[in-house]
Ligand binder design. Structure first.
Ligand SMILES: Nc1ncnc2c1ncn2[C@@H]1O[C@H](COP(=O)(O)OP(=O)(O)OP(=O)(O)O)[C@@H](O)[C@H]1O
Length: 264
C-alpha cells in the first residue's frame, strides 16, 4: 500500500464484509477540457468490494470522472491510484490499470463484424495471450452468467439492446477485471430491457466485484449501492449511504436533484 493509499484508508464508510484494501484512491484531482474546469478537487476512496453509484445532473462530470479512472480521459492535477498503480503518462502503468479495470458504456461498443463469442474472446486472446479454446470456454461461462449462451454465434446487430449490453458485460468479465466501471449502461435501452441489464449488474454486485456505476436508476442505487456519490458542476457535493442519501439529503443541490428525479 502506498503512503497515499494508507493515509486515507480510514475516511470512507466501512460496512460489514467490506475489505480494508483500497481499490481506487483519488486525491485533489482536477481536470480541464481546454479552459473548461470540468472536475474540481475530487477526493474519493473506494474500498475493494464496494459498490458505488455516481449520480447528479446532466453535465456535472460523472462520465468524465469514471473515464479518468482508466485513463480514457487524462487528469491535469492531483492523483489517481488504481490497485496501487498511479496513473501518469507512463503507458506501462496505463496498460496495467486497464487490464484490471473493465468498462461498460451506454452504447455497448461491441465490434459489429465479430460474433458475440469473438467479441468476448478477442482481448483475452490478443492481450492476455490466452489460448483460443480456453478463452472460448471462459467466454461461454460468462455468457451463461449473463443468461445468453444461445446467442454466442450471432452478430451484435441480431441482438436486442438489452442482450447487447449483457454481451458487453460478459466481454468485460472475460478479462477477469478487479474493478468494473459502468457509464449509464441502461440509458440507451428501451424500458422493457432495462430490468434485464440491472438484474445482471445486481448479480455481479453479489459476487463482491468492486463497482462504480454512473446511472440515473435510483432504484438500483437504493438496492445495491454501498454509497451514493452526488456530483454537481464538477464537484462531489455529497456522499452517503443510499438510506441517508435518499431520506436525509444534506445539501440544497442534492435536495433539488432528488425532487426533480423522484418528484418529491
Ligand atoms: N471531450 C470533451 N470536450 C469538451 N467538453 C466536454 C468533453 N466531454 C464532456 N465535456 C463537457 O464536460 C461536462 C461534463 O460532461 P460529462 O459527460 O462528464 O457529464 P455527465 O455528468 O456524465 O453528463 P450526462 O449525465 O449528461 O452524461 C459537460 O459540460 C460536457 O459538455
Amino acid at each position: 500500500m502506498s503512503d497515499l493509499t494508507a493515509s486515507y484508508a480510514t475516511d470512507t464508510p466501512h460496512l460489514p464484509g467490506m475489505s480494508d484494501e483500497i481499490a481506487i484512491e483519488i486525491r485533489d484531482m482536477n481536470k480541464w477540457y481546454g479552459d473548461f474546469h470540468v472536475l474540481r478537487d475530487i477526493d474519493l476512496t473506494v474500498r475493494r468490494g464496494e459498490r458505488i453509484v455516481i449520480a447528479g445532473p446532466s453535465g456535472s462530470g460523472k462520465s468524465t470522472l469514471i473515464r479518468c479512472i482508466n485513463r480514457l480521459e487524462e487528469h491535469q492535477a492531483g492523483q489517481i491510484v488504481v490497485d496501487g498503480i498511479e496513473l501518469t503518462s507512463d503507458i506501462k502503468n496505463i496498460d496495467k490499470v486497464r487490464s484490471e479495470v473493465g468498462m461498460v458504456f451506454q452504447h455497448f461498443n461491441l465490434f459489429p463484424h465479430l460474433t458475440v463469442l469473438e467479441n468476448c474472446t478477442l482481448a483475452p486472446i490478443w492481450v492476455r495471450k490466452v489460448p483460443k479454446r480456453q478463452a472460448e470456454d471462459t467466454a461461454m461461462q460468462y455468457l451463461e452468467k449473463v443468461r445468453i449462451p444461445e446467442q454466442a454465434n450471432k452478430y451484435p446487430g441480431q441482438l436486442s439492446g438489452g442482450q447487447q449490453q449483457r454481451v458487453a458485460i460478459a466481454r468485460s468479465l472475460c478479462m477477469e477485471p478487479k474493478i468494473m466501471l459502468f457509464d449509464e449502461p441502461t440509458s440507451a435501452l428501451d424500458p422493457e430491457m432495462i430490468k434485464e441489464v440491472l438484474d445482471t449488474m445486481i448479480e455481479l454486485a453479489e459476487t463482491g466485484m468492486t463497482m462504480l456505476c454512473v446511472t440515473h436508476e435510483m432504484g438500483f442505487a437504493q438496492a445495491v449501492a454501498d454509497r451514493v456519490i452526488f456530483m454537481d458542476q464538477g464537484q462531489i457535493v455529497e456522499q452517503n449511504s443510499p438510506q441517508e442519501f435518499f431520506n436525509n439529503p444534506k445539501s440544497d443541490r442534492t435536495k433539488l436533484f432528488l425532487s426533480q428525479i423522484l418528484g418529491h
